[in-house]
Write a protein that binds this ligand. Structure first.
Ligand code: PLP
Length: 241
C-alpha cells in the first residue's frame, strides 16, 4: 500500500470499478462500493467519510455497534450519511443490536434468522433490507447450503410472512483460490440464482448481487455484480486481535 491515504486508495478502487464496468459493457455507475471497515478503527471510517464514501460493511455486530454509535454522536444528522450493512454471519442473539444500527443485513443464511429479524424489527417499528447469502464454493460454511433452502425462505418473504423485511438481493463469497474459473463459477451461480428468483417471485424487488472483494472484484463485475465489498484494498491489511 506504500504511503497512500485512504482517500487515494478509494479513488483508485473507484477508477478500477469504472474501468471494469466499461470493459464488461455495463453501464457506468451500476456497481456500488461497500467499504469493509471490519477490524479498522473509527478514524479510518471517518477518513473514508471525508472522502465521500458512505456505505460501510462490518462483520461483527458489537464492533460495528461501537463504531457506528460513535459516528452518530460525532456527526450531525445532516452530515451523517453513513450507511451500515452487516456482512458477517449473524447469531440470533445479536440480531436486536444489528437491526438497531444497520440498514441492511447481507448475511441472511437461514429461515430462523428471518423470524428473529422480523421480531426485532417489529419491536422497533423499523423496516430493514436483507440479502440472502448463498454458499457457492467458499471454504467456510457461510450462506445457505443449497439454492432450494434459499428459495424456501424467499417464498416465505413473498407470502408476506415477514412484513418488516425487504429482500433486495443476494450475496456470496467466492473461494479463496487462484483458479479464476472457480471464482467466476461462484459468481455466475449467484447470478443464475437471482434470475431464477426474479422469474419465480416477480413481486419481490430482488435487484442486488453483492459479490466481489479486494482480490476478485473485477471478475465479479464481469459476472454482473451490483455491489462489491472491499476492505483490504482501501483500509490496508487487518490486524486480527
Ligand atoms: C472481510 C470481508 C470482505 C472484504 O474482504 P477484502 O478481501 O478485505 O476486500 C468482503 N465480504 C465479506 C463477507 C467479508 O467478510
Amino acid at each position: 500500500m506504500g504511503n497512500s491515504t485512504i482517500a487515494e486508495r478509494l479513488q483508485e478502487i473507484k477508477d478500477q470499478i469504472k474501468n471494469a464496468e466499461i470493459a464488461s459493457g455495463r453501464k457506468e455507475g451500476c456497481v456500488r462500493l461497500c467499504a469493509v471497515s471490519k477490524f479498522h478503527p473509527l478514524e479510518s471510517v471517518v477518513e473514508a467519510m471525508r472522502a465521500n464514501q458512505f456505505l460501510f460493511g462490518e462483520n461483527r455486530v458489537q464492533e460495528a455497534f461501537e463504531k457506528f454509535t460513535e459516528i452518530r454522536e460525532r456527526f450531525s444528522p445532516e452530515e451523517n450519511k453513513a450507511e451500515l450493512h452487516i456482512i458477517g454471519s449473524l447469531q440470533s442473539n445479536k440480531v436486536k443490536k444489528a437491526v438497531s444500527i444497520a440498514s441492511c443485513i447481507q448475511s441472511v443464511d437461514r429461515e430462523e434468522l428471518l423470524a428473529e429479524i422480523e421480531k426485532q424489527c417489529a419491536k422497533l417499528e423499523k423496516d430493514i433490507e436483507i440479502y440472502f447469502e448463498l454458499h457457492t464454493g467458499e471454504d467456510s460454511k457461510a450462506g445457505y447450503e443449497s439454492l432450494d433452502a434459499l428459495l424456501k425462505s424467499v417464498e416465505l418473504c413473498a407470502k408476506g410472512n415477514f412484513p418488516h423485511i425487504k429482500p433486495r438481493g443476494l450475496m456470496t463469497m467466492a473461494p479463496f483460490v487462484d483458479d479464476e474459473a472457480r471464482i467466476r463459477k461462484s459468481f455466475s451461480l449467484l447470478r443464475e440464482a437471482k434470475e431464477k428468483i426474479n422469474s419465480e417471485f416477480p413481486s419481490l424487488e430482488i435487484t442486488e448481487l453483492s459479490m466481489g472483494m479486494s482480490g476478485d472484484f473485477k471478475i465479479a463485475i464481469e459476472e454482473g455484480s451490483t455491489m462489491v465489498r472491499i476492505g483490504t484494498a482501501i483500509f490496508g491489511e487487518r490486524e486480527y486481535k
